[in-house]
Design a protein around this ligand. Sequence first.
Ligand code: ADP
Length: 390
Amino acid sequence: SIYISTYVILVAGVLSSQVGYAEKESCVINGAILIIISLMISKVSHASFIKDFMNKKLMTENSAYLENARKMLEEAVQKRTEELMKANEQLLYEMNARHEMKIQMYKAELEYQEKKKQLDEAVEYDRLRSEFFANISHELRTPLNMIFSIIQMFDLYINKGWEKDNKDKVNQYITTMRQNCYRLIRLINNLIDITKIDAGYFKLNLSENDIVKIVEDITSSVSQYAEANGLGISFETEIVEKFIACDPDMIERIILNLLSNAIKFTGPGGHIAVRLFEKNGNMAVSVKDSGIGIPQDKQESIFGRFIQVDKSFARSKKGSGIGLSLVKALVEMHEGRIEVISEPEKGSEFIVEFPDKAIDGACDNMVLINKFDDKTETIRVEFSDIYKCG
Ligand code: ADP
């Protein structure tokens, strides 16, 4: 209607103007064409406006819907996250509780094990104590009974006046008495030393000594005992001279113990070989015999206290079963080690390793006990289990 009224005004204007008919006609036609074109253009832009408008409206509606959906989704996610977090917390709590329970169970188990261990140890300690007293009583009583019987015999001899005519017999009794005194001294020495070692009071008197000479001297001084028992004894060394930090008296005691066992457990006609050599950078002393040997399952336990492989046999052979435990303790005090290689009926080899080291100034000084100045006396004591004394 705007376009038609505009056109009417235009036509009225043209008609009222003073121009010629032909101009008026062209003006009216041009105006009509212009109006038609404008109308068409406005139609097109109107349609696209409407389309745009509709699109925008749709988009606004869509985005509101989407926004709404987004919000709902966010809320759902938020809710789910909270739920998950709660579930997670619960899970963590349960895991912690379970973990705590496991720790408690583990602690209870440990406590139980510890208590069981303490109880086992107490029972074992009690057993060892009883065994210890039984062994000690036996070992002390046997030589004492022997001495006591001989004293009774002497009483009888003196009362009857037989001593003068039986000098040999009397001398034999005296030898037996002396031997049993040595046995008692050895046992008491070993007991005192073991107790001191256990209590940490036993100190080595370290000095630098030629271990080759110590071992050689001690071997040759017991050769008469070996020979008197029908055994051959040899000494061999790969090293001529070796000065190491050691307590010479204790080295003697170690070797004497090993030699005394070798003689005790090897029958007549057997052989004992003492050998010095280098092993793992240490000085090694081997005492090897061709005696009765030690069963595989006993080879570790013989270094324990009062352990005798065959008690009946050992009883007949005399011995308390503490010699090797003392030897091991003394070797370890020298920072050395001892091992045994043995096969029943074939023989045994005890190898003692002493570290090849010098005095380092920090050595403790000695607390020595029951030390005889005379080596013969030491040998008599250490060999008191062996009756044939050459
Ligand atoms: P014991 O005073 O009884 O000899 P030890 O501690 O010296 O005590 O030895 C423990 C046990 O080890 C001995 O009773 C014996 O059974 C065994 N034993 C030690 N040395 C030898 C050896 N050279 N040959 C065979 N058995 C041995």
